[in-house]
Design a protein around this ligand. Sequence first.
Ligand SMILES: [Zn+2]
Ligand SMILES: [Zn+2]
Length: 103
Amino acid sequence: MVKEMPKKVLVREVQRLQLALGEQTKMSKLSQQQCDKLKNERILCRICFDRDICIVLLPCRHYVLCETCSGKCRSCPICRLSIGSRLPVCDAVSWADSICNTV
Ligand SMILES: [Zn+2]
Ligand SMILES: [Zn+2]
């Protein structure tokens, strides 16, 4: 059974919610800046510096190559571990978007 809240408590509750909402807006603005920063700092392939990194090397799990360069490399350019398999992942922009949406 739900007891009706006294008006005073209700008003205070609304104020509290508005305050919290204001805080949230501030926070989303901040994370929007972070998103833009992330997007501007798109990480480019460590070999050609031309395309976005989109391949994770396995088993070392380094994330440094575009699809084209990963196809040419037989070992990881970072740790020299021979590449067992290549795992395609989403490009950097949608990756940044997904981070921003969870913040
Ligand atoms: Zn490349
Ligand atoms: Zn590696």
